[in-house]
Design a protein around this ligand. Structure first.
Ligand SMILES: Nc1ncnc2c1ncn2[C@@H]1O[C@H](COP(=O)(O)OP(=O)(O)OP(=O)(O)O)[C@@H](O)[C@H]1O
Ligand code: SF4
Ligand SMILES: [Mg+2]
Length: 336
């Protein structure tokens, strides 16, 4: 189990035009990802998905809050003491080409982490070779064909499989897949998604999936939770099918209304939901973060910040003063 409570991250950006400014990338996020479970983060560009994924994988520091891996809280530990815990969480990046060293063969790529592991656990050189072949087979690649090759000699899909194989060399408990299929040819995407799903089932590894695309979030973990993130705040969270079929937060409703096909889950209804206008950078930090774009705002919205919570009659958590099931209208992208 990996949990987070009140995770806050603020970046200081220096711009030539606007001068220094603070970006509140995460504003107190809670999450819980069970062992072997699945979770997906969705939300538009810049909402903080990657920042949260990188913090969970130990690749980025956080300013406030707590992250607990297993039963060990990370905050009191020094960076070096945190390392063995965060090593259990491996990140799969968007671009498999830049994630691999082009001057190294796949054998060399896998050899480095495996030899370290062999040293730590007193295993032999033969074990390294066996394990390299094994992790490649686990990701559906033929070791005999792939080991001697360089990344540029493989397809994008095969490269992403190598990246996943490399992550498996440390026996991870969780894979964080950040837009892991977005740069891969469409025809190869489903194979990678099926692989992540298969690894969950076969190895009991949990998967955190970061995406713009609700349909893929559902494919990886229809038994998992969906976190809808808006400007660094989780605004709706619950079982993936509940949130998709019956979203109650206007932001989730707007996101879903722009998606043409939700595999039969969308329910065309009377009340159209306004699709999102583009994000206005000058939006205020007062009250509900979505207020300026929200078609349903009421009197509390401008002055008070709604926090994520459960209210009567609604199964999923939501951060809205006026939650309501509204029909999601799937529109062709051309009309949005
Ligand atoms: N290293 C950094 N330095 C300064 N600002 C950063 C840094 N990393 C992220 N940010 C800012 O934090 C905010 C959240 O960024 P993040 O990359 O987490 O968003 P995202 O949801 O992953 O977006 P996308 O869908 O485009 O990948 C953005 O405003 C971004 O500009
Ligand atoms: S709290 Fe108000 S402004 Fe915010 S999403 Fe709900 S209705 Fe809209
Ligand atoms: Mg990102």
């Amino acid at each position: 189990m990996i949990t987070g409570t009140g995770v806050v991250k603020t970046f200081k950006q220096r711009g030539k035009v606007l001068g220094a400014r603070e970006v509140r990338a995460l504003r107190g996020v809670d999450f819980a990802i069970p062992k072997g479970g699945a979770a997906s983060f969705i939300g538009e560009s810049g909402c903080g998905k990657t920042t949260l994924g990188r913090i969970i994988a130990g690749l980025e520091s956080y300013d406030e809050g707590e992250i607990v891996i297993g039963d060990v809280p990370m905050t009191p530990l020094r960076p070096k003491q945190r390392q063995p815990h965060f090593r259990k969480i491996q990140m799969i990046h968007q671009d498999p080409y830049s994630a691999l060293n082009p001057t190294r063969t796949i054998h060399q790529t896998l050899y480095a982490p495996l030899s370290l592991r062999a040293k730590q656990t007193g295993r032999s050189a033969a074990w390294i070779e066996e394990r390299a072949a094994e992790v490649l087979s686990l990701v559906g690649l033929d070791p005999g064909t792939v080991l001697a090759r360089y990344p540029h000699q493989l397809s994008g899909g095969m490269r992403q499989r190598v990246v996943i194989a490399r992550a498996l060399t440390v026996d991870p408990e969780m894979l964080v897949a950040d837009e892991a299929v977005s740069m891969i040819d469409v025809s190869l995407r489903l194979g990678i998604l099926a692989l992540l799903k298969d690894l969950r089932e076969r190895l009991g590894v949990s998967v955190l999936f970061i995406t713009h695309d609700v349909a893929t979030a559902r494919y990886i973990g229809d038994d998992g939770e969906l976190y809808v993130i808006y400007r660094g705040q989780v605004v709706e969270r619950g079982p993936v099918d509940t949130v998709i079929a019956d979203p109650v937060h206007p932001y989730t409703q707007s996101l879903l209304s722009a998606i043409p096909v939700l595999h039969g889950l969308e329910r065309p209804g009377e009340e159209p939901v306004t699709p999102l206008s583009s994000l206005d950078e000058s939006q205020s930090d007062e009250g509900c973060l979505f207020a300026r774009r929200c078609p349903f705002q009421g009197e509390r919205c401008a002055g008070e910040r709604p926090l994520l919570r459960i209210t009567e009659g609604i199964p999923q958590e939501h951060a809205c003063f006026y939650p309501e099931r509204r029909s999601v209208i799937a529109r062709p992208m051309s009309e949005v």
